[in-house]
Design a protein around this ligand. Structure first.
Ligand SMILES: Cc1ncc(COP(=O)(O)O)c(C=O)c1O
Length: 376
């Protein structure tokens, strides 16, 4: 991917770049599991995808049900409030838990224009189940919108099958590319709703009516490919390569590898007494969030030593989990045995684990990888 990023830059209206854009859009469709024509990488990081979704799919005064179970649900509720939406919050019992589907459906019941949930909540390591939400939204006439920044290409997701109308992601998580683009997909229903709206989209930069005309010339009603802004050419090269790698591995195989990596790391960290926060069935495979050991006075010092002495970065908790959680990425090339071995070994040393505990952790990791189906 880094080599692809260094490919000599060409002009963004060069026909060769146009072909690359078509290929990137086609690869994104495969990875999202969608036939949506309106599928493209928004210029900017994952939050640019969020802003594009908010600005183009929600109009002031509309009632939007928002699942809030962590920092990224909170961020969306904030962005929607700034847009002037009537935000109906539906919360999980606590950070570290999924939101009951019944609560989300019940909130839709009284009428809503849209429903939003974070599929993979990076702040808690929880995967929000989507079962039944697509049907409930279709019945209520609401757009079904999701954030799949941390789940796309790491956890099973097929946008069309789930009845999702609008989804955004980021390049730097399970797509294994540097940050800088926000893959986004929109159903025909969502595009039609946008094209039928009166008045301008509030942000010039994220106006998808114009951006769709730049990215997808054959979207209904759109004029031929027309300049809007200069695409970040080299990032598009990088994403093209990253998507190619995802598809060469195979989505099912990639999801399976992330699952195996999650289970292996979880089993190893349990040997140090580090318990996963998410209960079984609600875990986000691409992010393992564990409770910090109760006797540890300075958890940040451990993370600092991991980074400075071992070159391994893990994250601390956010919001109510600040100081109480460690969040370990199990994403892309991080979801491999070798980096996990280094982490388990370094953490064992920093936590002062006994030789027996360290051996048990290494064995648990190896055992979980060995019992796996394939090695890439
Ligand atoms: C679930 C989720 N949503 C949105 C974002 C925002 O993406 P970015 O930081 O790339 O703007 C992140 C970033 O970590 C995320 O994890």
């Amino acid at each position: 991917v880094l080599r692809a990023l260094a490919t000599p830059t060409i002009g963004h209206l060069d026909p060769a770049f146009g072909e690359l854009m078509e290929e990137v859009a086609a690869r994104l469709r495969s990875v999202f599991g969608t036939a949506n024509r309106a599928t493209l990488p928004v210029s900017g990081t994952g939050s640019a995808g969020m802003q594009a979704m908010v600005d183009n799919c929600v109009w002031p005064g509309e009632r939007v049900v928002v699942g809030v179970a962590g920092a990224f649900g909170e961020r969306m509720a904030d962005a929607l409030s700034r847009r002037g939406a009537d935000v109906v919050r539906v919360e999980a019992a606590a950070w570290g838990r999924a939101i009951p589907i019944g609560d989300l459906v019940a909130a839709l019941g009284s009428g809503a224009d849209a429903l939003f949930v974070v599929h993979g909540e990076t702040s808690t390591g929880v995967l929000q189940p989507l079962d039944g939400l697509g049907e409930a939204c279709a019945a209520a006439g609401a757009l079904f919108m999701i954030d799949c920044v941390t789940s796309l290409a790491g956890a099973p997701l097929a946008v069309d099958e789930a009845g999702v109308d609008v989804a955004f992601s980021g390049t730097q998580k399970c797509l294994n590319c540097p940050p800088g683009l926000a893959p986004l997909t929109m159903s025909d229903r969502a595009v039609e709703r946008l094209l039928g709206r009166d008045g301008p989209v509030p942000s010039w930069y994220f106006d998808l009516r114009a951006i769709l005309a730049y990215w997808r010339s054959e979207v209904a009603g759109a004029p031929p490919r027309a300049y809007h802004h200069t695409a970040p050419i080299n990032m598009v090269y990088g994403l093209h390569e990253a998507l190619g790698l995802v598809l060469a591995e195979g989505l099912d195989e990639r999801w399976e590898r992330h699952r195996r990596a999650h289970d292996a790391l979880r089993a190893a960290l349990l040997c140090y007494g580090l318990e996963r926060i998410a209960p079984a069935g609600e875990e986000l495979v691409s992010l393992l969030a564990v409770s910090v050991p109760s006797g540890l006075s300075d958890e940040a010092a451990v993370r600092r030593a991991l980074l400075l002495d071992h070159g391994i970065e893990i994250s601390g908790g956010l919001g109510p989990l600040a100081g109480r959680a460690w969040r370990v990425g199990v994403m892309g090339e991080g979801a491999r045995q070798e980096p996990q071995e280094r982490l388990v070994s370094a953490l064992g040393a920093l936590l002062g684990a006994s030789a027996a505990e360290r051996r048990a952790a290494a064995d648990a990791l190896a055992h979980n990888w060995d019992t796996s189906v394939t090695h890439m």
